[in-house]
Design a protein. Structure first.
Length: 114
């Protein structure tokens, strides 16, 4: 499944469903097929996502290089082995944070599944 986050403030952000669902949870939103982050909810959603990224960066920094993950489970098999290369939360969240910040600046909501 693919989820597209949209706003009139900036370009779309497209994510695999499992990643998008995690972002929804981190922002404090219900995991649904369709949803909205209202203009009023944007500051909290941004703060929650930034806090999760900072926590994840600190956790990863505490690991020795050899202990850091190299792969992660793939939603639909990815390369046929049910794994895909590891991508950090900071890398995954960056485009969505950018969209949320522009949406706040331009006072536009962020929608998905529409």
């Amino acid at each position: 499944m693919i989820v597209t986050f949209k706003s009139a403030a900036a370009g779309d952000v497209i994510m695999f469903g499992d990643v998008a669902q995690r972002m929804m949870e981190l922002m404090g939103k219900d995991v649904t097929d369709q949803g909205i982050v209202t203009v009023e909810q944007l500051p909290e959603a941004i703060a929650r996502l930034r806090a999760a990224v900072a926590e994840d960066k600190a956790r990863m920094a505490a690991l020795a290089e050899a202990e850091r993950p190299q792969s992660e489970p793939a939603q639909n098999g990815g390369n046929g082995e049910n794994t895909r290369p590891f991508v950090s939360l900071a890398q995954r969240a960056a485009p969505l944070l950018y969209l949320l910040e522009w949406a706040l600046k331009k006072r536009k909501p962020v929608l998905w599944g529409v």
